[in-house]
Ligand binder design. Structure first.
Ligand SMILES: [Cu+2]
Length: 285
């Protein structure tokens, strides 16, 4: 009779097996389990500075310069930290499989007659609950921050697109290949190629383009919105820090897209008024 192929089977759990907690403790005492857990902790600690490193890189230009960007950075930090235990565990299993789980040639594969861990109710419930709590926390965090950011950026305008706050500054932003122009309608339409903003005053941006699609990205203010030809898109922010920050184009728009950038200069309200007056724009409202 020809050999029939019999699929490899997991060892059956014995019917008189000890309680789940006991088996779990036994499982945790196995050498490879302990090694993987130790590598997880070591890799975790090595990854821990990553969140701060990322923020340090983002803050090289002196940001965040608005509550929106503060929220975004906090979210990046929290998501990085929450993902570290999972990342380190995956890396630990990978590293152990590559370097620790090797036999010498000619060695028999280890004979494992214990039931697989996936048949252990305590272990299954623990890891399902842990990942659900982590994922649930991130969803709730994300939704709360999103609501905050939306309120801070769009809270500067009413449903009809008018500035909501009485003292809101309106800036008309125009993108074209490959420069940005900023017009201040409340100041006799002064126009500049650097974005001048007063500190602590809500700003409403009316964004458009005269040629192709660009994207107005005020990096340290944490806002980014498409600049479409023939349409006006709106966003807003309240700069809360004086200094020089960056505007970039975030939509591939042709040959010099990478150079389509300029500065944001956030200054005290008084200096802003003086600057506008010197450039021919007495406040008209
Ligand atoms: Cu562009």
């Amino acid at each position: 009779m020809a050999d029939t192929l019999i699929p490899a089977e997991e060892p059956e759990a014995p019917t008189n097996r000890p309680p789940a907690m006991h088996r779990l403790r036994e499982w945790l005492q196995r050498r490879y389990v302990r090694h993987i857990l130790i590598i997880t902790v070591v890799v975790g600690f090595l990854l821990l500075p990553l969140g701060w490193l990322m923020l340090a890189a983002m803050n090289q230009s002196g940001g965040p310069a608005s509550s929106i960007m503060e929220d975004i950075q906090q979210t990046i930090l929290v998501f990085t930290i929450v993902s570290i235990p999972i990342t380190s565990f995956v890396f630990a299993v990978l590293l152990y499989s590559l370097f620790g789980w090797k036999g010498k040639s000619g060695e028999e594969p280890p004979n494992n007659d214990n039931p697989a861990i996936r048949t252990n109710a305590v272990a299954v419930i623990t890891w399902t609950a842990a990942s659900s709590i982590l994922a649930g926390f991130l969803v709730v965090w994300g939704l709360i921050e999103l609501a905050d950011i939306t309120a801070d950026s769009y809270g500067t305008q009413s449903i009809t697109g008018q500035p909501r706050a009485d003292n809101a500054l309106v800036v008309n932003v125009t993108g074209q290949q490959w420069v940005w122009t900023f017009e201040y309608p409340q100041y006799d339409k002064v126009a500049t190629d650097v974005l001048y903003l007063p500190k602590d005053r809500p700003v409403l941006f009316n964004v458009t383009s005269v040629d192709v699609i660009h994207n107005f990205w005020a990096v340290e203010l944490g806002i980014k919105i498409d600049a479409n030809p023939g349409a006006i898109t709106q966003t807003g922010a309240t700069p809360n820090k004086e200094g020089i920050f960056n505007v970039r184009c975030a939509e591939l728009c042709g040959l010099h897209h990478a150079y389509m950038e300029t500065e944001i200069r956030v200054m005290p309200q008084e200096n802003f008024e003086n600057f506008m007056r010197e450039n021919g724009g007495g406040q008209t409202r």
